[in-house]
Design a binder for this molecule. Structure first.
Ligand code: HEC
Ligand code: HEC
Length: 201
């Protein structure tokens, strides 16, 4: 059907600039300063430093911009890192990390089923929305919608982000999506679901 093809072409014309302007090779060069914390392959050794490997470029780009503005997402380790990055630097870095393979983590057995249940079905009583609705069955999110990859992420980092959303320290989520959800979550729920997603791939 020509109509569908036309739409497809138009759609890719609209969305391409979001993805295509970053240069992976240039990003690799620029990532040398980041490797101290995020690892040379975008997988960090400290559980409080996020893995960046395989993350959607649009999401990474948005986070770097948010850190630079510093209003809705702020972190002392990142503030100095983004201060001198240009738009092109951020595009290149985002493209570089998106191109690396996602971390294959291992979840702990303890409370794994509880975490899986919360991830896949949510919690009706506490009105916690199922994570799967946006982050997907494999935790791969959705680039266009702005839903990040969360599979294979360090559970300590993930819990910290959920706490930051809950306490209003991180407010860069569109329509307060994550602030609303984390608000209804207990620390125990955060820990069980973060453990589950750390081993998801
Ligand atoms: C001194 C350690 C350190 C260095 C160096 C560093 N980062 Fe970070 N980065 C962090 C920490 C800690 C966080 C988590 C901040 C938070 O809690 O919000 C973070 C978060 C991020 C995030 C958000 C990830 C997500 O999943 O939301 C991105 C993207 C990022 N860093 C990219 C970079 C890039 C690109 C560089 C190099 C230009 C860099 N970082 C250098 C420590 C570092
Ligand atoms: C309605 C959609 C939606 C649902 C449901 C949802 N999320 Fe999110 N989540 C998002 C969006 C959007 C972001 C990124 C916000 C931004 O742009 O910084 C996010 C970010 C996150 C982050 C931070 C990722 C990082 O690298 O810093 C974590 C962790 C997370 N979500 C976990 C969860 C968990 C656990 C659940 C289920 C209890 C859940 N999310 C349910 C949309 C959703």
């Amino acid at each position: 059907m020509p109509h569908n093809i036309l739409l497809l072409v138009l759609f890719s014309l609209i969305t391409t600039p979001l993805f295509a302007s970053g240069n992976i090779k240039a990003g690799e060069q620029k990532s040398i300063v980041c490797a101290a914390c995020h690892g040379t392959k975008g997988i960090s050794t400290n559980p409080m430093w996020p893995n960046l490997a395989g993350q959607h470029a649009v999401y990474t780009l948005k986070q770097l911009k948010d850190f630079k503005i510093g209003k809705h997402r702020n972190d002392p380790s990142m503030t100095g890192m983004v201060a001198n990055l240009s738009e092109q630097d951020m595009q290149d870095l985002a493209a570089f990390y998106a191109n690396l393979p996602i971390n294959e983590g291992h979840a702990k057995k303890k409370d794994l089923l509880l975490g899986e249940k919360l991830y896949r079905a949510g919690d009706f009583k506490d009105k916690v929305t199922a994570c799967i609705a946006c982050h997907g069955p494999q935790g791969l999110g959705n680039a266009q919608a702005g839903f990040p990859v969360i599979s294979g992420q360090h559970s300590q980092y993930a819990v910290q982000q959920l706490m930051n959303f809950k306490q209003g320290k991180r407010t860069n989520d569109l329509n307060s999506i994550m602030q609303d959800i984390s608000h209804r979550m207990s620390q125990k729920q955060m820990q069980t679901v973060a453990n589950y997603l750390s081993g998801l791939h």
